[in-house]
Design a protein around this ligand. Sequence first.
Ligand code: FES
Ligand code: FE2
Length: 453
Amino acid sequence: MQAEDLTDCVVDETDRGVFTVHRDVYRDPDIFELEMRYIFERSWVFLGIEDQIAKPHDYLTTWIGRQPVLVMRSGDGQVGAFLNTCSHRGAMLTQRERGNARIHVCAYHGWSFDSSGRNASIKDRKDACYSEAFERDDHDLVPVAKFGSYRGLMFGSLSADVPSLEEHLGETRFFLDLVLDQSPNGIELLPGSSTYVYKGNWKLQLDNALDGYHLTSVHPSFIKIVQQRHSGGSNNKLTALDFEAYRQRGSFTFANGHAAVWTRNPNPAIRPLYGMLDELRARVGEERANLMLDSRNLVLFPNVQFAENASLQLRVIRPLAVDRTEMRSYVIAPKGESAAAREFRLRQFEDFFNSSGLATSDDTTCYEDCQAGYKAHAVKWTQGYARGMTSVMKGANPAARQFGFEPATSQYGDVLIQDETIFHSAYREWRRLMARGAQADAKASHAYVEGQR
Ligand code: FES
Ligand SMILES: [Fe+2]
């Protein structure tokens, strides 16, 4: 596919009020293949948090696009990320999601590797009549081209041609710090995860975490249940969200495809963090402490979301096919919170976010409806990027200035705006990376043909 064909899939003419995305980006298997190569294999992808592999020899497995990755902490505490494939015939070295192992032994022919990725042994090496060339060869695991950690959030890239991780994250670090600073001891993921697969494109989940427009139409049952609890009509007194109270909000886009939405929470007592407010105020200041108690969803392109509303959730997106996506979601918690706050946090997560909760299943059904609707090939363009087009501004608005970060665009106002310009940054980045990848491939194949003459 030519770079121009991919560029044409995103029409970015906001000066004349037009921003639209071709439906083929959600339904064309060829485009999906290119997304894996040009986006997931050539940019920073979230891998996990260091706390998941806190002890020497701890490891976790994950994916960069469709390539299996093994992240390990070595005996001397260094963290490294490797392709999870044995040097011998290529079997995946470990299939488990997490564990602790000084040595990983391949199940196929028994080659073994230590927790720093070095080949520890080749089974029956003696008298095997290996050539000198083989003996000289490097048999270690192959590290990912770039590995980086921002305050314990681990990212990897299969391409070395990426900006520094700090540059990639840019101003989103303001929002990340609001998660990472919730305890003087840092954050942790609670044991277990909620993993599910939906029959839809990965970008449907990417968009949804920033989509304020769907709340009143997709989640009325949840809203009614919350109202019933408030009015005393239910024995369940759990409060996860207080929909009617929310008003003041802002949405912000950032360079490199990231975006965040923020909503002022007039009822901070419904947050598990509320009991730590005095400590938070003393440590991070009144304003940042208040922001930590607000609703904030942060989406880092292309595969991770931090959703702070009904508890604090980490969501990792793994594309499986053009119409199939695996989601893994975890509860994030500040280390050292009280048992009561921890219990409250878990109940909120189950209520709203869990795959059996009252919101996730509604959202997932809508993604599957969208994917089914995309089968109507006669319809080419989506119209879902237009709300807020006349009120979005470049750079920081007063809210962003007050909080002290510099977004690429910002939107601020009443909750009813339900901004859709917040999706623009991801599709701008999509277009940039897809065009760049196609151009690089075109050059590479051209050189190859010449070399063959
Ligand atoms: S594939 Fe791993 S030892 Fe043969
Ligand atoms: Fe939703």
